[in-house]
Design a protein around this ligand. Sequence first.
Ligand code: NA7
Length: 544
Amino acid sequence: MGCMQHDAHAPFVDALIIGAGFSGLYQLHRLRDELGLSARVLEAGDDVGGTWYWNRYPGARCDTESNAYMFYFSRDILNAWEWSERYPQQPEIQRYLSFVAERLDLRRDIQFGTRVSQAHYDEASQQWRVCTEGGDTWRCTYLITAIGCLSAANVPRIAGLDDFQGQWFHTGLWPHEGVDFSGKRVAVIGTGSTGIQAIPVIAQQAEALTVFQRTANYSIPARNAPLSAEEKHEVRSRADERHHIMTHNGNGHAFWIDKTKALEVSDDERQTRYQAAWDKGGLQFRATFHDLLIDKAANDTAAQFIQQRIREVVKDPATAEDLTAFDHPFAAKRPPIDSHYFETYNLPHVQLVNLRKTPIERITASGIQTSAGLFEFDIIVFATGFDALTGAFERIDFRGCGGQRLKDLWADGPLTYLGLQVPGFPNLFTITGPGSPSVLCNLPPQIEQHVDWITRCIAHLRAHELASIEATAEAASAWRHEVNRAAEVTLLTQVPHSWYIGANVEGKPKAFLPYAGGLKHYRDTCDAIAADGYRGFSLRPSGR
Ligand code: NA7
């Protein structure tokens, strides 16, 4: 219990926000500058950035186009910033968030280097008590998690890792001073979005690079390039138009999904459309046809197209075969985009190991032992992803009414209402929490929607002198049902080993984590519930 016992004089703020990424920064601004609340952000890192503070691996870049990966709540801020490339790199995103923090004078209310370890609700005072690893305690009325969806690094428990005499790193906890790969024999484990970004860049430096692939992954060329003067101008001049698309389609990106079905057009036309999307590059490839994520036969046409393109690039037939041995529909797992990923396998010092054929047996002092033999390395890079959506919650000891542990409540999978609140945890708001669209859409517009909803909700509580809001158990259980229903109509549930269902982390309960019903529909649902007197929530008066 530690710090909880000595909290009589603990500082009080109306709102405590955990995390200083996109979510925490915007939430601080709205609560402090618009509602006039006292508010504080506690941030584990030494600077703003959240995900973009920690993920500094080589090639770290956003897969969303820069013109849609930014705040839209203030045209002044939007107009004052200029992106340099079609997809922003990690340092540029961090500079952007720093710029936002300066512009809104947020830093004075952010405490860096402060990792929250416990958050317990005290029913008598109707306050949260929040403790940090450093031993500080805070009290607050509203507790808001802005802890990210992909922030808890997943280092697989491979036997023997402690014996390894070289260096190893997880991409999500990358050393700030960087890693020098020159003259080194390097292993990369994992070919998700991160591995696919990092591999071509590491290959440029390493003496030898071996990629360990478990599941063959699709990837679309990003076609990254510097933004032209005209494109930079358009970020501003067409902001309203773009924002309209981002808030009215299902995924928060700045493109519409074509209404045509894949099998409705002739083979020639389908190929022509795929080729045009391939040449344009980016996540928009998914939007070539309306039914790619709901109809397996439609999806197969995209999968075949991608397979053919990869086989044209990769010269060694066995490597091409391993890279395209897809076992799941296109985009049913997170679909990466890349810059010269497949071309990298044509380099003489790069090789692929297919773990489906020759699995890892253990890590030894000198490298990785597979069923095909020992591979020796100086550096192992784990591009093995995250304990997505719930992992960051598990790392904090949250306790609600009656001392209930969040971990216990979520033992069979997360239970939330709208991904915004948890039954039994009054006044706890979870930005982009499990059960919200979160990782299935472009995050900044989803974050703005959540922060706006939470801010209006808190304003409502104060205007009506209400002490707390809490999701009812019935509403949360119905929402869990809706999350499953929305996922089942897509192909996303057809991947047994996806992190969308928690299957990438040993011992994690299998439950579909994000809400697949689309951002527009989700926003309308949240707004209707608020307009209906916060249907499904209990609102309690002050001074009970
Ligand atoms: P992902 O998408 O979870 O990818 C992780 C990769 O690591 C994936 O290829 C996994 O294979 C592989 N992996 C995980 N555990 C192991 C073990 N034990 N052995 C071998 N290979 C393993 O994470 P990313 O960081 O790439 O991307 C996450 C998101 O972060 C991304 O979408 C961006 O938004 C940023 P598997 O497919 O599970 O067989």
